[in-house]
Design a protein around this ligand. Structure first.
Ligand SMILES: Nc1ncnc2c1ncn2[C@@H]1O[C@H](COP(=O)(O)OP(=O)(O)O)[C@@H](O)[C@H]1O
Ligand SMILES: [Mg+2]
Length: 217
């Protein structure tokens, strides 16, 4: 198992959002997480992605007991092993597509030439080989999200977490991005956990887990 989460609990003040979530994901699997708005999907994704600490529970990510890591080790682990794609692309507007993908690699200690080669390879993989020098404002919404996916893959993460990755896109662009995610899994064997409201995307995933009343049911 690449994710082994047991009895994950999280409250915000008196609101108990996660009431003992158990969740396992195998290497190479794509799992959809669904549930009503406010069900705790983003909270769970942030916990699995080590951005948020649960109140209790155990969590193994790619064999590492992440809840026992200190802050420095945890951020290094996140940088190397976790990729995130959000509903909004969060690209840096003053940088090109290529530079946006290079940034995590440079932060991770990669040399400029190696980072550029890796960025170009990933942008090719997501279908943007002809848009390397474009700034985010010069790209369509779907293209921006392709760059965000390439950036999330830059460090070769163990798991790609996506939180409503196509929530802002029109239906045709949505389907293109869904197809892209599937092709990334086919080509890289990438494990993914995808929060979505889109039944079409959930259907393409290997299985769907529905969060209800703070648990998977
Ligand atoms: N940082 C926070 N502080 C307080 N309440 C929060 C915080 N994050 C989320 N919540 C609450 O937790 C619940 C679940 O939120 P969230 O995980 O974003 O749901 P979803 O992604 O399923 O729509 C909501 O009631 C939300 O208001
Ligand atoms: Mg959410």
């Amino acid at each position: 198992m690449i994710i082994e989460a047991k009895n994950i609990r999280k409250s915000f003040g008196s609101v108990e959002v996660l009431k003992g979530v158990d969740f396992e994901v195998s290497r190479g699997e794509i799992v959809a997480v669904m549930g009503a708005s406010g069900a705790g999907k983003s909270t769970l994704l942030q916990i699995l992605g080590t951005l948020l600490t649960p109140d209790s529970g155990s969590l193994l990510i790619d064999g590492t007991s992440v809840l026992s890591l200190g802050a420095g080790d945890l951020s290094a682990f996140r940088n190397r092993r976790i990729g995130f794609v959000f509903q909004a692309h969060h690209l840096l507007p003053e940088f090109s597509a290529r530079e946006n993908v290079m940034i995590p690699l440079l932060i991770g200690g990669e040399k400029e030439a190696g980072a550029r080669a890796r960025a170009d390879e990933l942008l090719e993989l997501v279908g943007l080989g002809a848009r390397l020098a474009h700034k985010p404002s010069e790209l369509s919404g779907g293209e921006q999200q392709r760059v965000a996916i390439a950036r999330a893959l830059s460090m070769n993460p163990a798991i790609l977490f996506a939180d409503e990755p196509t929530g802002n896109l029109d239906s045709r662009t949505k389907e293109e991005i869904h197809a892209l995610l599937l092709s990334v899994r086919k080509q890289l064997g990438q494990t993914m956990v995808i929060v979505t409201h889109d039944a079409g995307l959930a259907q393409l995933c290997d299985r769907t887990c529905v969060l209800r009343d703070g648990e998977f049911r």
